[in-house]
Design a protein around this ligand. Structure first.
Ligand code: ATP
Length: 327
């Protein structure tokens, strides 16, 4: 057993085929995924509905048999030694199974009992403080908000001090304030030393929370890296200048001299100027236009978003890219 590996998760050629029922064709939900997650990272899996995120998490958590390929989690082979993997991981999946008639503290104590955690009362108090539920600990769960339930769910996944915590869409269905609180808890849990592997269909969540992420679409990895490196691969910032239609050609001619220019396209009410370092180029754009006798009505700078990365990788925009859009 390799417990010294620098990787919390190593996956090679992972495949999942679901058998079809009643004469229906089966489906290949995961089509050969390679993946390495370093110890101590928050690693995100970003993809639209049906991309295969839940299927992968369930395989890594030993809840679903692997069709093909290899996976090691917390240094242990998932297929050869699933019981040991389960001892080393914590899991909070989408369907939260908390009994609403029990208090937060009772539920945590129950979980401590299941894992035979020594000094359960002290461990519960520590976890309630970690997820910000100390004051609500003795209220029944049915009085908790959605965000509080998610945080209690995080705490129950942590009772046995897992090395790796799996979270499947931890903030789906939460309002923005609760979402931000859950993000804070995930950051705190990670700062306390736990590797976090989470899935999300929210671009903002991946951007805010994950040190590295992989974009998955239709069972395949289409891109991976840090959020910034993924955006940087697109190469360009975009400066949009508002112009009258009769100014377009003269503006294009003037902007040909812009240092670092990638290309220029028509935008809704002017031109979109793609350039390596947008912030540095704004002043030059304005100067070149003014020197050519053109006064732009507006000038705005945008950096590429993860949605642009998704578009560039798959040819489509991600559905439900913001929680508001999904709602
Ligand atoms: P979501 O964001 O909606 O949870 P996901 O990215 O987690 O989506 P999965 O739930 O892993 O996606 O599903 C991947 C594909 O596998 C989908 O096409 C889904 O219909 C299919 N699938 C999932 N579970 C089963 C199953 N038990 N039997 C057959 N097909 C399944």
């Amino acid at each position: 057993m390799d417990t010294d590996s620098e990787f919390a998760i190593e996956v090679r050629g992972l495949v999942k085929r679901y058998r079809g029922s009643r004469g229906q064709a089966g489906i290949e939900a995961v089509r050969g995924i390679d993946l390495s997650v370093r110890r101590g990272e928050v690693f995100g899996f970003l993809g639209p509905n049906g991309a295969g995120k839940t299927t992968i998490v369930r395989m890594l958590c030993t809840l679903l048999p692997i069709t093909d390929g290899q996976a090691r989690v917390a240094g242990v082979d998932v297929v050869k030694n699933p019981a040991e993997v389960r001892r080393r991981i914590g899991v909070a999946l989408q369907e939260v199974g908390l009994d609403p008639r029990q208090t937060g503290r009772e539920l945590l104590e129950l979980q401590c009992g299941l894992y035979r955690v020594p000094r359960p009362a002290a461990r519960c108090a520590e976890l309630l403080a970690l997820v910000g539920l100390s004051e609500a600990a003795d209220r029944t769960v049915k009085t908790y908000s959605g965000g509080m339930r998610r945080r209690l769910d995080l705490a129950t996944a942590l009772v046995h001090e897992p090395q790796v915590l799996f979270l499947d869409e931890p903030t789906t269905g939460l309002d923005p304030a609760s979402r931000a609180t859950v993000w804070d808890e995930v950051r705190r849990i990670n700062a306390a030393g736990t590797t976090v592997f989470l899935t999300t269909q929210y671009l903002e969540e991946a951007d805010q929370l994950c040190r590295r992420l992989a974009i998955i679409d239709d069972g395949r990895l289409v891109a991976d890296g840090t959020p910034d490196s993924l955006k940087a691969k697109l190469g360009s910032d975009v400066i949009t200048v508002g112009l009258r239609p009769d100014e377009h050609q003269a503006a294009r001619d003037a902007l040909a001299a812009l240092p670092g220019l990638d290309h220029v396209t028509d935008a809704a009410e002017g031109l979109a100027v793609y350039v390596g370092e947008g912030a540095a180029a704004v002043a030059d754009v304005v100067r070149l236009l003014v020197e050519a006798g053109i006064r732009p009505g507006t000038v705005s700078l945008a950096r590429p978003t993860l949605d642009d990365v998704f578009l560039a990788s798959t040819g489509r925009r991600i559905e439900g890219g913001t929680p508001e859009a999904a709602a």
